[in-house]
Ligand binder design. Structure first.
Ligand SMILES: [Fe+2]
Length: 363
């Protein structure tokens, strides 16, 4: 069924001039890429008084400084396509690493250091995404305490199709850093251990030489780096661009989007400035809050994660509507991971989560 229909109160343009006293719901397919309808409700969709069951919106407050996250990384959500981990590293971890299960994306929330890889060295700092192809041998050298988000993917991280925006949109090819061939800096150790992960189990292989001993490389598989601060958002003052407009990496059955500082839509044109209510019916949504003032949600601090499963609505907190009126700019930076199939929550998530988050929409 493809044909467009309409009935009763509706607007000429989605998210613009929403009828007074009404709340717009977006009911869409395929994330934000498919067919969509807008419904005009008399009450906010998040006006619940109780939720009994598994679809509660979830929130993990910032946990980087808790003992559980020290010198370790931990998985918080997973399904067959993706695992979402977080960790804090205050010093260089002893072993060289190789992930034979997943491609990896690191997002540096805080810290400085470098990834030494078989392809060469990649310095990192706050705001960097590092894409590490499966099978790459590397070691993380920590110069300043590092808090990171690590996303393991069963498929490769690919660049989004820019379509009619052209190849320089979102991020330019020159914003991408690729390493030059270089040897590992550690040369005086008796033993170098490569820790290989396969089917979730670790195998440790010892070498008398540094395994990062490559004199040169060529080809189309290599690690690379992109800073969230080089990400250029697509904007319209006339219409709230859906999250899919901020897609940064595409994987099989999930996408990674970057929300970055940007001018807000124009009040003059009656454009909704806060995210519209939607039930994200085909995707689960993880949002990692990196920096700034997250004005559409109450009491969310940098380093926190929210989880909104498919099937139940989410959208702005009640106060965000009032605050949005006089805001012209948002300074928020966040990383979104939208997954096609349901995510499972781990024990450590359930131990550390803010169990009252779902109540935060209740006035
Ligand atoms: Fe969403």
């Amino acid at each position: 069924m493809e044909s467009f229909k309409s009935s009763g109160t509706h607007t000429k343009q989605a998210h613009v001039k929403i009828p007074k006293g009404h709340y717009e719901e977006e009911h869409g397919r395929k994330g934000f890429f498919g067919r969509v309808s807008h419904l005009y409700h008399q009450n906010p969709l998040t006006n619940w008084t109780n939720i009994d069951g598994d679809l509660k919106p979830r929130n993990l407050p910032p946990v980087f400084d808790l003992p559980e996250l020290q010198e370790n990384d931990q998985c918080f959500f997973y399904n067959n396509d993706v695992r979402i981990n977080m960790g804090t590293f205050s010093k260089t971890v002893e072993n060289y690493l190789r992930n034979a299960d997943f491609d990896e994306m690191y997002f540096i929330h805080e810290g400085e250091g470098r990834f030494e890889t078989v392809y060469g060295h990649i310095p990192y700092k706050r705001g960097d995404y590092i894409i590490m192809p499966r099978g790459t041998t590397y070691k993380i050298f920590v110069d300043k305490k590092t808090k990171l988000l690590n996303v393991e993917s069963a498929s490769e991280f690919e660049e989004p199709d820019r379509g009619m925006l052209g190849p320089n949109a979102l991020y330019d090819q020159t914003a991408i850093f690729t390493p030059e061939a270089a040897y590992g800096s550690e040369q005086d150790k008796k033993e170098y251990i490569v820790q290989i992960k396969r089917e979730g189990k670790m195998t440790h292989v010892s070498y008398p030489n540094n395994p990062l001993d490559v004199s040169g490389w060529k080809g189309s598989v290599y690690p690379w780096r992109l800073s969230i601060y080089d990400y250029c958002p697509v904007n319209s003052h006339r219409y709230h661009i859906p999250p899919s407009g901020h897609t940064t990496f595409v994987c099989r059955n999930f996408v990674v989007c970057s929300f970055v500082e940007r001018p807000l839509e124009s009040s003059e044109h009656g454009v909704l400035k806060v995210p519209f209510y939607h039930s994200n019916i085909d995707f689960d949504e993880i949002l990692f809050y990196h920096q700034g003032n997250f004005f559409s949600r109450d009491n969310i601090d940098a380093g926190a994660i929210t989880f909104h499963p498919q099937g139940i609505h989410h959208g702005p907190h009640p106060k965000a509507f009032e605050k949005a009126d006089d805001k012209e700019w948002t300074d928020e930076y966040a990383v979104m991971i939208d997954t096609r199939y349901p995510l499972k929550r781990t024990e450590i998530f359930e131990k550390l989560e803010n169990k009252d988050y779902w109540k935060s929409w209740m006035s």
